[in-house]
Design a protein. Sequence first.
Length: 171
Amino acid sequence: MMGWMILVGAVVLVVGGFLVTGLFGAPYVPSKRKELREAFTGLKKLTSKDVVVDFGCGDGVVLRAAVNAGAGRAVGIELNPMLAMIAKWRNRRNKKVQVKCANMLSVKLPEDMTVAYIFGLDRVMRMLLPRLKKYAREQGRDIWVVSLAFEFKDMRPVKRRGAYVLFKISG
């Protein structure tokens, strides 16, 4: 009997986590490694000075791709506790990767962030833009935003490559 209760509880947690993520962010869709390589080399070339923050990091594939493409560090922010655990586990040996289980709209951002990676629905993009603009102003430097499939409605992209769009938020 106890085994069934644990199983049902686990299912409720997993399904609930995905429902919460779906309500507040984009659905979980894993990014493709080949496209990420192109985004981090052809769209926005990463260097060891770059700190990439993945807003809604899912299983952490973007974090690994960013570090492999040359970023000095990558930080993932994931609302879904199950996905955050998976991302932490998949990146457990990589000292350049950190994963936080938190809300992207309220978590403290790293002071050295230079690149934001976003796969977010239009409403997420609308909510995140003021936060990124404020951050760029406060830090006094430009922030590059690599977005998969979605755009900031009132901003002109710097560059496009496939489904990826690059934006520059001036600091």
